[in-house]
Design a protein around this ligand. Sequence first.
Ligand SMILES: NC(=O)c1ccc[n+]([C@@H]2O[C@H](COP(=O)([O-])OP(=O)(O)OC[C@H]3O[C@@H](n4cnc5c(N)ncnc54)[C@H](O)[C@@H]3O)[C@@H](O)[C@H]2O)c1
Length: 279
Amino acid sequence: MEKKVMILTGAGQIGMAIARRMGYGMKIVVGDKRLENAEMIAGIMNAAGYDVIPMEMDLSSRKSIQSLIEEAQKYGPVTMLVNAAGVSPSQAPVEAILKVDLYGTAVLLEEVGRIIAPGGVGVTISSQSGHRMAQLTAEQDEQLACTPAEELLGLELLRPENIRDTLHAYQLAKRCNEKRVMAEAVKWGRRGARINSISPGIIVTPLAMDEFNGPRGEFYKNMFANCPAGRPGTADEVANVAELLMGGKGAFITGADFLIDGGATASYFYGPLRPGREV
Ligand SMILES: NC(=O)c1ccc[n+]([C@@H]2O[C@H](COP(=O)([O-])OP(=O)(O)OC[C@H]3O[C@@H](n4cnc5c(N)ncnc54)[C@H](O)[C@@H]3O)[C@@H](O)[C@H]2O)c1
């Protein structure tokens, strides 16, 4: 029997939380670079009554993205996209962060935007890091939004000599995600579909654990301890936002980004987390 299909990229905690919230009754095709992660999540979800197919895929490869989409379309119309694949500043070098988080996300939004069913909806997970970086110029923002995906990594702003470290690369990638979502929303709209991004703060997942145990561990622990919420967030709270954006109550929301960070960004600009004022 044909079912509506959700494409989930990134078999991590955030991806699974959103898939569980939105994917019941659907065929969920989950792609991850680490097949064992996709299989693990498929196992957990199938045991809980979902219908999940795991696949190996690499977000940094257009070919791999196209294969995932092709596989997904065999089961029915693709009506949902959840992109929760990514690497963090402590997990990967600058080139990999740009290739996966920036270029890969741009390609995925473009490729799914070509086939998304009318009424379809997507979310991509960006990050508070994109909000924390200083403003770019209007011209740079437009370049991130509209440059053809294959030319993105050739932009002056993304040249290796202009990137300080992995955190800077990650911030640029996440800023690019937000801009890409705006430009893609225009194209998705022509198909009657919507696309938004969610920018989480610190959410307890294996990726965040790598940050806590990485070179910026103390910085991150201080961040959640001293943000207005006083704690890190959970993947299920990110799914709360996705549920609004992907459901009928979000019908007027597209091309937008939603910050869910316990107030850490607010405190970074105007409170005790401001650099130089750390508590
Ligand atoms: N956890 C946080 O605190 C936090 C905060 C802000 C943003 N994010 C973003 O949320 C997204 C999901 O992260 P998470 O915290 O759920 O992490 P996670 O480690 O639980 O999941 C990430 C998944 O992405 C997969 N992945 C990595 N590179 C890939 C590639 N090239 N192709 C396909 N899959 C790949 C990993 O194998 C992993 O299964 C990421 O984009 C991350 O940047 C996370």
